[in-house]
Each structure stands twice: as C-alpha cells, then as structure tokens.
Design a protein around this ligand. Structure first.
Ligand code: ADP
Ligand code: MG
Length: 296
C-alpha cells in the first residue's frame, strides 16, 4: 500500500498559523474522520474527561446527529432532551440570543456536554441554504468559549456541512484512524477538505496529528501503518506517539455512561488515553511558546 499526497497539502496546511489566538478563549479540538468506527467518540469522551482530571474546564460538544457522545456520557435517550446543539444553531440562524449555559449538561466526572440528537440531521439540511452556513457552530461556541479551557467536538462520519462547521470552528484537529482499516483515499479526501477550509474559512486550523486506535498488540501492523504515514506525509503530519490499544474494556464504557478512568482505571486503555492527554497538552504548550516567540 502507498499513500499519495495531494498537491493541496503543499500550501502550508500543516504549518503553524501566524494568527494571534485570543488567549482568553477555549482551545477548540475537533475529532474528525469521515469514516465511521475509527474511535472518534471514544477518544473525545476519554480525552475530555482526562483533561478535566488534569484541572481543565472542558466542554464536549456532540456534533453527530447519532448522539453517540451524548449517549456515552450517560444520556441514553438523546431524542428526549429538551435542548440540544441543533436548537442553538437554529437560534444563531434566526439571530436569536443564546442564554448563558443554555443546553449545557454536566457529567459527574467533571465535563460539561452540549448534547446532540437526530434533530441535528435536519439542521444540517437547513444549513445548506443558510447565509452563515459554514460558521454557525463557531457562532454557537463563541457564547461558551470564555468559560472553558478546551472544547472538544465529536464529529460524525461524513464530510458534510456539520463537519465543515466543526473544521471552521476548531483551532486543531485530531484524526483517529483504525490502523487495520486505514483508507489512503479517505485520508487524502479529509486532508483536502481540511486544506480547503483552512484556505477559505479558518486560517488558524491546525492538524495536531493522526491517532492510531484499536491497535492490536498481537500484530506489528500499527508500526507499519505509522511508518507509512510518516514516510508519506513526513513532517507535515504528526502521528501521535501514543497508540490506543484494542480492549473490550473500551467498548464497554459507552453503555456504562462513564469514562475508561472510572470503568477500568488501571487498564491499558486508561493508561494510553492519559498518555494522549499529556501529548495534547504538550503540543499546546509548544504552540503557545511558538506564538509568544512570534509576538516578542
Ligand atoms: P467513531 O466515533 O469514530 O464512530 P467509536 O469511538 O464509536 O468510533 O468506536 C467504534 C466502536 O469501537 C465502538 O463500538 C467502540 O465502543 C469501539 N471501540 C472504541 N475504541 C475501542 C478500543 N480501544 N478497543 C475496543 N473497542 C473500541
Ligand atoms: Mg462517533
């Protein structure tokens, strides 16, 4: 297998942006991959909760009409929730104000949730003809940004309007990839979309890296995939040092409504997600230093 880079990636897609980020605002991290079942939701929930365990104020925004993150955080009937992300996006489209904390739920492990349900699918359809169709989510999040250190966006399995909204709102994205089923074409498509959004809508968008998930320790496959990604994309795209191992423990948590840190704190998946949190925070510190060097 060989991955080919697209010409669109040569335009500095992976370089640091010179934009001066408003330090008062949350750092918005999108979990993105248009393929389903790559570990986006599991990573979003566990990274979010571990960031909260590290003392960060965290909001998890569910941007998938399937409401998987909402369900994973204990709301097993998302369709019964009175206020969800689609209501807030509707308010933005209608120029109506959003009240402080509107629609936000709290999870006992210390994160806040902006839930989603199937009504978000209808919202995605109405966005197509809306004036601010790419930045509606960004405008919703602007209402909450000052209250959080991190806002995590759990994207659904498509490159439709909702994911474009997430890419337009995010400062950085993490791309969870199931090494075993890596799709070169899928990665190319995603990177081309990221490049387009970066060029046209969100100049500060940065790819933090590809995260290998559901890695089976009995095979060397993940190492091959990681070196393939590195040789194909070189320094322009980082592959996280941390790999998330496959474990039935990880698959159990969504039904439990809690994180791996509550469900199996001593297990290898909890260890791996904690290592990921450290890498993510490290990247953030590097970026902040880079920016303050630019300002100086
Ligand atoms: P996505 O959000 O990308 O669709 P999910 O996080 O929902 O992916 O994961 C897909 C499926 O794989 C879910 O059933 C989830 O419980 C399971 N899963 C996620 N991570 C692991 C893991 N490390 N080991 C085993 N199963 C996992
Ligand atoms: Mg998901």
């Amino acid at each position: 297998m060989r991955l080919r880079t697209s010409s669109e990636q040569s335009g500095g897609v992976f370089s640091y942006s010179n934009d001066r980020m408003d330090k008062m605002n949350a750092s918005i991290i999108g979990l993105v991959n248009q393929k389903g079942g790559t570990g986006k939701t599991t990573t979003c929930v566990n990274l979010g909760i571990d960031l909260a365990r590290e003392g960060k104020k965290v909001l998890i925004a569910d941007c998938d009409p399937q409401g998987s993150a909402t369900i994973s955080l204990g709301h097993s009937q998302p369709d019964a929730l009175p206020v969800t992300l689609s209501d807030l996006m509707g308010k933005v489209l209608n120029d109506e104000p959003i009240s402080p904390g509107e629609g936000i739920l709290h999870h006992e492990e210390g994160v806040d949730i902006l839930p989603a349900n199937i009504t978000l699918a209808g919202m995605e359809v109405s966005l197509v003809n809306a004036m601010s169709r790419e930045t509606t989510l960004k405008q919703v999040l602007a209402n909450f940004s000052k209250g959080y250190d991190h806002i995590l966006l759990d994207c659904g399995p498509s490159l439709g309007m909702l994911t474009i909204n997430a890419l337009s709102a995010a400062d950085r994205i993490i791309i969870p990839v199931q090494a075993q089923y890596l799709s070169a074409k899928g990665v190319e498509q995603l990177l081309a979309t990221v490049a387009r959004v970066k060029r046209n809508i969100n100049h500060k968008l940065h790819i933090d890296g590809v995260l290998l998930t559901m890695v089976d320790s009995r095979t060397n496959n993940s190492r091959e995939i990681a070196s393939l990604l590195r040789s194909t994309y070189g320094s322009r795209i980082k592959v996280f040092d941390t790999e998330i191992p496959r474990s039935v423990r990880a698959a159990e948590i969504s039904a439990e409504g809690k994180s791996i840190f509550a469900h199996d704190p001593a297990g290898k998946v909890a260890q791996a997600y904690h290592a990921l949190t450290k890498e993510v925070l490290q990247l953030e510190r590097q970026r902040q230093k880079h920016q303050s060097d630019l300002i100086r």
